[in-house]
Each structure stands twice: as C-alpha cells, then as structure tokens.
Design a protein around this ligand. Sequence first.
Ligand code: HEC
Ligand code: HEC
Ligand code: HEC
Ligand code: HEC
Ligand code: HEC
Length: 510
Amino acid sequence: MKLDSFRIARGQRGVSNSVLLGLVVVVALAAAGATALLTNIFDRKQEAKTTTTRLVEVTEDTTDPAQWGVNWPKQYGSYKLTAERTSTRFGGWGGGELVTPQRLDRDPWLKKMFLGYAFAIDFRDRRGHAYMLQDQEATQRLTKPQSGSCLHCHGSLMPLYRELGGGDAMKGFEASYKYTYKDLNKKLHDMGHGRGVSCPDCHEATTMKLIVTRPGFIQGIQRLANSEALTPFAPSIERWRASGKAKPYDPNTDATRNELRTYVCAQCHVEYYCSTQMPLTFPWGKGTNATQMETFWDETKFPNGDAFFDFKHAETGAAIIKAQHPEFELWSQGVHARSGVSCADCHMPYMRDGATKVSDHWVRSPLLNINRACQTCHKQSEEEIKTRVDLIQQRNYDLMQRGGVAITTLIDTLKAAKAAGATPEQLKPALELQRKASWRLDFIASENSMGFHAPQEAAKVLGEALDYARQGELAVVRLGIATTKVAAVTAPVTAPVTAPEPAQAPIKKP
Ligand code: HEC
Ligand code: HEC
Ligand code: HEC
Ligand code: HEC
Ligand code: HEC
C-alpha cells in the first residue's frame, strides 16, 4: 500500500525530479552504512506500527473476533456487517429472518435433479458470513447422517484440528471426517470456538499477513500444482513448477500476496466431497474446469474400491456427482482471473479512512458497491456496469432454465422406459449421460454468481449439459421401448423463461 502511493507520487513529479531522485539514490548507495541504518529504522518503524497499536494480544487460537477488533476496529466493524440483510436480483437473501428462501421451491427441477440425496430435502439461498454456522446447524440436510468434515468451511475450527491431531492440524483434519457432524460440532462449541469464519482463518496473528489455514485447500492446491493443468490464474504455481519442485508447493510461502487475496476465499468457495467415507477432498488433480474435475471424480475410487459417486438418483438409479458452489473454479476460467483480479478486489474493495486504506470486511455482492468494487478499474457509469452484469446473468439464467427442462425430460424419459421394462444394461449409456448432464447443470446452478465469474465458460458448461441431456433422451427413445409413454414427456420447449424480480429492493451502504 505504502509502495503504491510512493510510486504514484513519484510518477507525478516529472522527469527532472526523477533525475534528481536518481542522484539521491546514487549518493545513498555510496553511503551503504547509512542505507542499512535507514532500512533498519524503517523495519523498526513497521514493527512498531503493528505492535504498538495492539491493545490486546491475539494468537492463532483467538477465534473471538471481538478481541482482534480491539486492535483493528475498522476491519472488525465492517466484518460485523455481514449480519446485515442485503439482496440483489440474484445475490444475497430476501425473505424471512430465521432461514433464507428455499431454492428448491423456486426451481423445482433442482429437486428433481437431486432426488435420492439430502439436497432434495433442503437447499436454500446463502447469506452473509455471520450466519454460516447457524445456517449449517439448522439445515434439514442434517436429518441424514453427515460428517464432521462439514465444519471445515462453516466453523472457526483450526484449534479443534490442532487438538485432534496432538498439535498437528493436518493430522487432526485427516482424522476429522470419521466423526459425525453432531459430535464434532459439540466439541467445537465445548472448546469455545462455536462461531463462523474469523480473523485467524485468514490472518497470521503476529504479522497480520494473509495466510491460508484450511487443510482441504492446502492439499487441493498441491494436487493442482502437481498436475499438468495450465494455471494462468496462479502464476506462483507455474514458477514453482519451473523451479524444479524441490519442496512441496506451499501457498503460504510460494503464493504472492495477490494470489492469497483469492486463496483465502478458495478455502471454502469450491467444489468438494465430504462424507464419513473418505477425507474432505478438493478435486483439482487434473485442473479446475468442469471437465477436468469430472475426470478427477471419474477416476476416484472409494477406500473399498468402488467407483466414486455422491448419490444414486432415486428415480433412475444413475450414479450422480453433486457439484458444490465452485466459485473459485469458475472464476479461474475467466478473464478477471487471467488479469490477476482477485476475489478480494471485488468482494472486499478498499475503503478510504483518512490517509489510509482499509479492506472492506463486509464480504457481500459487489453490485451493492459498484463504485469501489468495479469503477476502480472500469470507467463506465455505474448504470452501464450494472447493465452489463445484468445481461450476462440474464443470458446465463435463461440457458440454465432450458437445462432444467432438459434434465427433467431426461429423468422422466428414463423413468418411463424403466417402467416399460427396459433393462439396466439397455439404459446404461443414457444413465451415464444423465450423470454428465447433471454434473454440468448443477455446476452452474450451485455456483453463486449466475455466470458472472466466467460468462463464456458458464455458457459452454450449460451448452454441454443441454447436449448430454438430449443425447440421453435420444438414447432411450432409440431403444424403441413403449415409445408412446416416453414420447409423452418430450414436449418441445419454446416458452421464454424470465428471471425473478429481486426479493426486495437492493440495500445500499449509505
Ligand atoms: C470482477 C469482480 C469479481 C471477482 C474477481 C469475483 N467476484 Fe464473486 N461476484 C461478482 C459479481 C458481480 C457477482 C454477482 C453478484 C450478484 O448477483 O449480486 C458475484 C457473486 C459472488 C457470490 C454470490 C454473492 C451473493 O450475494 O450471493 C459469491 C459467493 C462469490 N461471488 C464469491 C467469489 C469468490 C470466492 C471469488 C474468487 C475466487 C470471486 N467471487 C471473484 C464479482 C466478482
Ligand atoms: C471458512 C469458509 C469461508 C471462507 C474462508 C470464505 N467464505 Fe464466503 N461464505 C461461506 C459460507 C459458508 C457462506 C454462506 C453462509 C450462509 O449462508 O449462512 C458464505 C457466503 C458468502 C457470500 C454471500 C454473502 C451474502 O450476503 O449473500 C459471499 C459474497 C462470500 N461468501 C464471498 C467470500 C469471499 C470473497 C471470501 C474471501 C475473502 C470468502 N467468502 C471466504 C464460507 C466461507
Ligand atoms: C469446502 C467447504 C464447505 C464444506 C466442506 C461444506 N460447506 Fe456448506 N457452504 C460452503 C459455502 C462456501 C457456502 C455458501 C455458498 C452456497 O450456499 O452455495 C455453503 C453453504 C451452506 C448452506 C447454506 C445454503 C444451503 O445449501 O442451504 C448450508 C445449509 C450448508 N452449507 C451446509 C453444509 C453441510 C451440511 C455440509 C456437510 C455435508 C457442508 N455445508 C460442508 C462451504 C462448505
Ligand atoms: C475470509 C478472510 C478474512 C477474514 C476472516 C478476515 N480478513 Fe482481514 N483481510 C483479508 C484480506 C483479503 C485482506 C487484504 C489483505 C491484503 O491485500 O494484503 C485483509 C486485510 C486486513 C488488514 C490489513 C489492512 C487492510 O484493511 O487492508 C487488517 C488489519 C485485517 N484484515 C484485520 C482483520 C480482522 C481484525 C479480522 C477479524 C475481525 C479479519 N481481518 C478477518 C481477509 C480476511
Ligand atoms: C482490478 C481491476 C478490475 C476490477 C476491480 C474489476 N474488473 Fe472487470 N475487468 C478487468 C480486466 C483487466 C478485464 C479484461 C479486459 C481486457 O483485457 O480487455 C475486465 C473485464 C470485464 C468484463 C468483460 C469480460 C467478461 O467477463 O465478460 C466485464 C463485464 C467486467 N470486467 C465487469 C466488472 C464488474 C461488474 C466489476 C465489479 C464487480 C469488475 N469488472 C471489477 C479488471 C477489473
């Protein structure tokens, strides 16, 4: 931050001053001892800055954000605002106070797609970070047995991992999936850490440097680093590969500060597998796009040797892979990622506080904050920027709704053929196509930007979903079994679909 303002100020001084500055530098270089002294004083000053402002000592085990808030009141103040209700056309949350609106009611094809899995029981809008633990504790998905791994992204649980692993968080993490959600959640509360994401999850307590703490992410990003996939969005991985890979890739030492401004979010906003069957897994061993992750899952085996799947579809029997909020992965395929624009650039933009800049810890939709989130880079008017986002999201929404009709038709067609006596062997190709279509449609539906994070990639994934769903339907129809029954469910889709109005007018920060 300091360096940036120095550069800008110097740039404005013009040529003659630059020359002067050059002379000063030469003189300073000659007086090497003086320079060393200056550097030393500078370092001391920086140290003083971080230590003297500390009224309260905090450590990696201080998960209570209020303690940190004594030292860093601005950041804490904005962090607390994640409890505020905000909503945009597709983001945030409207509706009731206790729980957010049911996504299964808004898009019934989601329920159809998830039949046989806990997601068909309860799948709601997300909301601010302040609610992450309580919303998890309240979901009806917990009526099915769930793993302790669920807490990886909903609790401030590094002290718990350290305790489980006798001081070694990675060991604790690897043991945690075998616990039931109920038991591990109780342990977390008993230890006094029963709260959502907190300061030590993203900051190193002594230096306030950004760090990643989540073992699932660390293993996942190492898998990605060790893969052959191109990673233009993570230049430090490409540097690590070129340097000969002497030590395992370590995001906390190898990644740049800018990359960490994305990685801290990618600890949670990602596709994952979570159950008591195997440790929490981020599927990045082939790369981070939808096809690469599908390949990873297709090649994954459970510890007992069975082929990987999340659930068997209740009506067709297809072995389905469930996609989960792949924000990091979709972002990784877009032009912002390629240009080095991080999650924090848009979701935690700087606010001015007198002479200093403070990162807005009110993590929320950037559309509530276009001025600071987008106009720092884009010079168009707020209205124009909003319209551009709206167009991207509307197109994505329309294509996704068509996908919803297509997958419903495929499932109904399979069901009709089964009822008419088709054998599992005959239906196998169509069931595999259901798996592919479902994964892709779910990928974009469960991603939370309505296509914005990488519009063209989102359209590609949806295009493939539609194609696989219709190929599956065709494969069943071609069997020639009870074609009248099957044909009855394959009505043409012509009606345009329109996006919903916002649940309430967007709330802006005053
Ligand atoms: C170039 C700006 C930009 C970047 C970079 C970006 N996002 Fe977003 N994000 C958006 C916009 C715009 C939306 C749509 C918000 C809306 O519909 O209200 C969004 C939506 C979201 C949402 C849903 C928000 C809500 O209100 O429900 C989440 C979660 C999210 N992004 C996470 C991430 C993560 C994690 C990253 C980094 C891997 C990231 N974003 C990178 C601009 C960005
Ligand atoms: C420890 C896991 C975790 C981390 C780290 C994390 N998030 Fe989240 N995030 C969540 C969960 C869980 C929710 C949903 C909470 C709920 O619905 O109760 C959420 C919700 C959101 C939302 C929706 C907010 C709204 O008002 O609707 C946005 C936007 C978001 N996160 C962006 C980010 C960004 C950007 C980062 C990195 C700076 C980040 N998150 C880091 C777990 C995390
Ligand atoms: C890898 C990180 C991660 C893990 C593991 C995880 N979640 Fe989440 N969860 C998130 C993020 C990020 C969000 C916010 C984005 C969204 O809602 O799509 C979220 C949102 C939610 C929500 C609110 C929206 C909804 O889906 O109704 C619930 C409830 C929830 N998770 C429950 C669970 C349960 C139960 C488990 C274990 C089976 C679990 N989570 C495991 C990251 C995770
Ligand atoms: C989800 C991750 C996350 C959490 C949780 C989080 N921060 Fe941050 N914080 C960031 C990011 C990203 C930055 C920007 C860092 C950078 O650009 O180097 C930041 C920057 C800061 C800075 C440096 C000055 C500034 O504003 O840029 C301070 C101080 C800070 N945070 C304090 C806190 C405190 C106190 C808490 C808890 C109340 C907290 N943070 C919680 C991600 C987080
Ligand atoms: C740190 C700089 C930066 C920020 C912040 C930023 N952008 Fe961008 N944006 C870029 C760059 C760079 C490109 C690529 C332009 C190019 O290379 O021609 C881009 C491209 C785009 C595009 C066209 C590409 C696409 O994906 O469709 C849209 C739309 C866009 N940005 C919207 C937004 C919105 C909305 C926000 C705020 C939520 C935002 N940007 C924030 C730098 C930024």
